[in-house]
Write a protein that binds this ligand. Structure first.
Ligand SMILES: Cc1cc2nc3c(=O)[nH]c(=O)nc-3n(C[C@H](O)[C@H](O)[C@H](O)COP(=O)(O)OP(=O)(O)OC[C@H]3O[C@@H](n4cnc5c(N)ncnc54)[C@H](O)[C@@H]3O)c2cc1C
Ligand code: SF4
Length: 495
């Protein structure tokens, strides 16, 4: 236990990020750390409640509750309180291969289910996680640790996002010879191309990739399985194949005017900027610029939020983010959203905080449905037509959206970014391997087993569960590695 009464003596504190008006002038990370003394005090707030919901990682009412990689949170809170950082790092690495990613971008379902949060403000778990791993790197404690011996078995991992990297790391640890194939020019999946640099610096991704490489994992970029190497060929060449290709098929809007110049998919917008920034510090101009433009982002999730932050850094004239859901309450609804469920409450994410600092208000418009895009005589987007909607649940429990008459509105727009999610994995590999799909078109493989209908072929991460979270991808990559190890060796000591 940290201190028995710490949660009563100390208030919850969070690291103060860089000033929003300063940070939108560059593409550097906005995260800052608390001092060691502050972190120690925050660790002391953990009451070691005996049944720590914070590390359960279960789904409740459609959302995650607790940490999906089952981080040993009370243990490292206690160690931080006692100043035993190196031991805290060892504990953290036991369950999470990449705390430097989750410590920065995880939505922290652990905090939503923290027992202190039942009667007050939860422990600052995510900031402590980031501080432990960042100190680990600063102190030189995170070093390559190659396996003592090799099994002679060869495993191919397709896709280098968090699921593929976690699977590769664990399989390599078990002594298998691992090759990771990635079709992009850089390793990292959505950690690299997807999440913008200000939320996750790409040097931090590369630093981990360098360690994995030094541990013996081979990375092959610019190689698409299904095109550059046929799927069946891969199965013939390796003892097992783990598919971690993500859920990359974008969801489209099928409304009038979609073809107009200026209407873009969010991922084209985000990735163009990231690549141009990494290649040339945006000098090559190979990206969609929002400079001096009125920008509308359709979609209220992480992708939409990242579009808002990117548009601000491009120097947009205005930015608005549409969502179909209603504004969340300030405090969790004790009846419909009780602890330890993930709290659905109104918060400002980093991009909305930045837009508010610049323009004076939250850029989000809630309960908005886009009806059509309208262009000028040259086919350039000019405006969006919307209507307010309300949601209700019908007798069969289905969510129904009803348009509210008289709420029609016209919004001037030069650029629209469509960020309404993903429809599952692409079909090339699925067709080539003859893989079964579930009803949401993801690859069919049971959670905890990861075996597909094709012998030797496993699937993990978004390609199996649909668009999700980094922490779930790490969880699935780790677990799939254990199943592959069992398949190859008959048993496994991997966690
Ligand atoms: C813009 C955006 C922001 C997000 N922000 C957050 C966030 O803040 N926090 C959070 O927890 N989650 C966030 N997510 C979700 C998170 O990034 C994903 O859930 C996670 O990356 C999934 O990991 P994965 O390894 O399964 O797949 P991915 O990260 O999608 O990686 C799949 C990789 O496989 C490669 N690939 C696909 N097919 C092939 C093939 N045939 N051959 C070779 N390579 C192939 C792809 O190029 C890609 O690199 C965000 C997602 C997006 C799109
Ligand atoms: S990985 Fe996410 S859920 Fe788990 S401890 Fe870290 S912030 Fe919390």
């Amino acid at each position: 236990m940290s201190t028995p009464t710490g949660f009563m003596e100390y208030k919850r504190e969070l690291a103060v990020d860089r000033d929003p008006l300063e940070r939108i002038k560059d593409w550097e990370e906005f995260h800052l750390h608390m001092s060691e003394e502050q972190l120690r005090t925050q660790g002391a707030r953990c009451m070691d409640c005996g049944t720590p919901y914070c590390h359960t990682g279960i789904e409740l009412a459609g959302s995650v509750s607790g940490c999906p990689v089952n981080n040993l949170i009370p243990e490292w809170n206690n160690l931080i309180y006692r100043g035993r950082w190196k031991e805290a790092l060892d504990r953290l690495h036991k369950t999470n291969n990449f705390p430097e990613f989750t410590g920065r971008v995880c939505p922290a379902p652990c905090e939503g289910s923290c027992t202190v949060g039942l009667i007050g403000d939860p422990v600052t778990i995510k900031s402590i996680e980031q501080a432990i791993i960042d100190k680990g790197f600063e102190e030189g404690w995170v070093v390559p640790n190659p396996p003592q011996m090799r099994t002679g078995k060869r495993v191919a991992v397709v896709g280098s996002g968090p699921a593929g990297l976690a699977a590769a790391a664990q399989l390599n640890k078990a002594g298998h010879t691992v090759t990771v194939y990635e079709r992009a020019d850089r390793i990292g999946g959505l950690l690299t191309y997807g999440i913008p640099t200000m939320k996750l610096d790409k040097g931090i991704v590369q630093r981990r990739v360098d360690i994995l490489e030094a541990e013996g994992i081979e990375f092959v970029t610019n190689t698409e399985i299904g095109k550059d190497i046929e799927g069946p060929q891969l199965v013939a060449d390796f003892d097992a194949v783990v598919l971690c290709g993500g859920a990359t098929k974008p969801r489209e809007v099928a409304i009038e005017g979609r073809e107009l110049n200026g209407v873009h998919l969010a991922m084209d917008y985000l990735n163009g900027t990231i690549k141009s920034y990494l290649d040339s510090n945006l000098e090559d101009g190979n990206y969609i610029s929002a400079k001096d433009k009125n920008v509308i982002v359709i979609g209220g999730g992480d992708t939409g939020t990242d579009c808002v932050a990117t548009a601000l850094r491009h120097g947009c004239k205005s930015v608005t983010q549409f969502g179909t859901v209603a504004k969340a309450p300030l405090e969790r609804d004790a009846i419909n959203n009780p602890w330890p469920q993930f709290p659905h409450v109104y918060t400002l994410d980093y991009a909305q905080e930045e837009a508010k600092a610049l323009y004076g208000e939250d850029p989000r418009a809630f309960s908005v449905l886009t009806k059509k895009f309208v262009g000028d005589e040259n086919g350039n987007l000019k405006e969006l037509h919307t209507v307010q909607i309300e949601r209700y649940i019908d007798e069969s429990g289905r969510k129904i959206y009803k348009e509210i008459p008289g709420t029609e509105k016209v919004w001037p727009a030069d650029i629209v970014l469509i960020a309404i999610g993903f429809e599952g994995p692409e079909s090339t590999l699925i067709d080539q391997f003859g893989l079964e799909q579930d009803r949401r078109t993801n690859i069919k493989a049971a959670y905890g087993k990861y075996t597909t209908n094709v012998d030797k072929v496993f699937a993990a991460g978004d390609i199996r569960r649909g668009q999700s979270l980094i922490v779930w991808a790490i969880n699935e990559g780790r677990e799939a590695a254990r199943e592959v190890d069992k398949y190859l060796m008959g048993s496994s000591v991997l966690p």
